[in-house]
Design a protein around this ligand. Sequence first.
Ligand code: NAD
Ligand code: UD1
Length: 340
Amino acid sequence: MTVLVTGGAGYIGSHTLVCLLDLGYEVVVYDNLVNSSVKALRRVEEITGKNLEFVEGDVTDSGALDDLFAKYSIDAVIHFAALKAVGESSQLPLQYYETNVYGSLCLLNAMKKAGVNHFVYSSSATVYGEVNPSPYVETMELGSPSSPYGASKVMVERILADAVRVNPKFRAISLRYFNPIGAHPSGLIGEDPLGVPNNLLPFITQVAVGVRGNLSVFGGDYPTADGTCVRDYLHVMDLAEGHVAAIDWLAEQSNFNGVEAFNLGTGTGVSVLEIIASFEAATCQKINFEIVERRAGDLPAFWANAEKADKVLNWQAKRSLSEMMEDAWRWQSKNPNGFS
Ligand code: NAD
Ligand code: UD1
């Protein structure tokens, strides 16, 4: 089976490539490298001992997508390519909608023309918005996320619901990720944010490696056990395996026409202070931090109900919090400047 992976050079995409190649899938990566490096792809080849096809291009370029589907015989698509900085999306809403929504439309149209009918979409826990209580369950109504980034994820989920209705052969899965952290245990690939990291774990590992000074913990007065925000952190390799389970499930269904959403998380909430303590225990590195003002837009606590992915896809997040920390640290300490 040949899988087209858009955004495959990025953080989650590169880890998913490892799983796909290890299991014998052929992969074609399509990425414009706006937030990634071709070195990640070479490292994936080093880890797996397998070759992959790479085409540099933009998901908003319909002509290039048509050429891509004409050149390769694609069976299924995993669509990671997107812009993902929540704060930046409020400054650059049109750019975010163009890449995340229009780019997805271009891809879906190119798939339709080429007769490719299996689609796995990178969605996010952010689609549950501010109204739903945790644990989040797939049967909940989609919320109204305040950021253009979050709104773009909701929009594409809605587009998929309409797209499957008018094409009886089309089937899709939206994977709603919680908070992926960690790295491949080789330390050869990992998360490599541009500039100052927005997310917690890359900030912590950059403090530990000496690239940044103190960690600012955003808010110590939330209504949680220790006052800091609670999230559902999962290992990026568990998340990567969830994509293979999704691709396999789509291929196994005989008459399925529709879109299914799955939460990919551990089902357990962990606070910011617990993350710091767990990182320190797993790596023997001291993290200097101070508790500062809350960050605008942060919810106090959310985590997944991940039973549907277990029941239907036979997928569970298996790796422990300390493995997440050890692997994140191995990647950062071996690559203090990421891929550059
Ligand atoms: P990433 O930025 O590391 O990867 C995204 C990839 O898409 C990059 O390689 C980038 O170069 C590429 N890309 C961006 N715009 C493109 C365009 N116009 N054309 C072609 N390629 C383009 O991000 P990631 O963390 O790996 O996230 C992958 C997907 O998962 C995204 O859709 C993101 O919104 C979603 N997601 C991520 C998280 C997270 O915590 N990382 C959580 C929920 C959902
Ligand atoms: C953020 C996004 C979310 C996205 C997710 C994964 C916001 C409001 N939400 O979620 O849409 O799906 O990333 O990409 O940006 N923290 C600190 N100090 C830091 C960084 C983070 O204390 O320097 C705290 C945050 O307040 C939060 C927790 O750590 O409580 C996790 O933060 P982060 O990694 O940014 O993820 P989310 O906020 O859950």
